[in-house]
Every structure is written in structure tokens, then in C-alpha cells.
Write a protein that binds this ligand. Sequence first.
Ligand code: GSH
Length: 215
Amino acid sequence: MELLIGNKNYSSWSLRPWILLKHFNIDFSETMLLLNGDGWKENLIKNTPTGFVPVLNVDDIQIAETISIIEYIADRFPDLPIWPKDIKQRALARAASAEMHAGFMKIRNAAPMNLRKSLPNRVDIDEIQSDLDRIEDLWGELLAKSSSSFLFGEFCAADAMFAPLATRLKTYHLPMSKNIAQYVDNIHNLSAFIEWKDAALKEKWNVEEDEIDFI
Ligand SMILES: N[C@@H](CCC(=O)N[C@@H](CS)C(=O)NCC(=O)O)C(=O)O
């Protein structure tokens, strides 16, 4: 299996399947397709079905779309707790993941993932307040019922889906309750996340549209 990813500092979608594969010690290779530089988009179009990363190459097929990659991983490794084992918990984990896939547009637009920066006071909180409220409600409710440090007990695909959002809360010093801050730290303390971030910090490239200083 080969995972095509974008720059680790910026590519929030790439982080999701990567952190899941790493956390569960699944063997895969990775190839980075840059999101900056001359011809970067043409290169993406040439190497992926959609012109976007991540993509999982498996034998003769290319799986695009993060959520589909995650479902493939879950199907391929049914003994691993990629999703919660309980059918109702699994349904809730998938619902939360689908909500992440389709939503939180305000925070995604206003606060792009940028792991190497610390950017307090750059985001208009009023503009993203409804997304922040939803995070408090959704994560707060799940964490209150969770038996461990993550949304459904042990780390699972839903946490992988939310990992980039957790980084945005930290990078932009967004307001959050104590419980949510603890969860954000739990994501940051995962060894798979630390490995991704260490690599991100070594990158020298700038993706200007994701640097809110440039805007
Ligand atoms: N719906 C896609 C979104 C993927 C996506 O937006 N990836 C970004 C990198 S994080 C990308 O490839 N951007 C290239 C572009 O904007 O043209 C998914 O779920 O994987």
C-alpha cells in the first residue's frame, strides 16, 4: 500500500489516514506530492484520480477521498479497532467523521492547518463561534461518555478525522473548555502525531494560501 500525501505542515486531509495507519502499525509506504512550487497542481492531477491528496494506491486501484481510504483500511484489517466494535458507537463515530468530512467550514477556512506556527489573535472568533460551539457539544458529549482519552475510548478513525481540527485549535489559540483542551493535548501527545509533526517542522516549503499572515 502506498499513501500519497501533501506537505505535512499543511495537508490536513493527508494527516488523517496517515496517523491512523501509523497508530495501528500498518505497513505502508508514503509519497509526497507537493502542494507548492511550479506545476504542483498538474502533478497532482497526473498522479491522482481527483487532483487531490490523500490517495491510497493498492495494487491496481487508486482510492481517493479520505473517508473511503479509512473505510478500506477498516475493511482490510477487520481485527483492528479502526472503528468502535459496538454497532451504536460505530454509528456515532461514523456520523461524527461524516460531519467532519462535510462540515466545520468556518474554522477550516479561517484557520488552515499550519503545524509550525503559533498564531494567537489572527482569527475573528465571532466568525467561527458556531463551529467552536459545535466542537464543544460534540466532543464534550462523546468525551463525557468515553472510557479513555479519546472520543470513543481508545484512539479510532473518528479521532484521526478530528486530529487536524485539534491542531487548528492549538495553532490559533482558539478558546476551548478544559475538557476539550485535554483532548487536543491527547491528540498532540500520540506518538504517530509527534512523528508527523516532527517531519512537518523540517519542511521548508510555504503554501501561501494556507499562511494567514499572507492574506
Ligand atoms: N475531499 C477530499 C479533500 C482532499 C483535499 O482537499 N486535499 C488537499 C490537501 S489537504 C488538496 O489536495 N489540495 C489540492 C488543491 O487544493 O488543489 C478528501 O476527503 O480527501
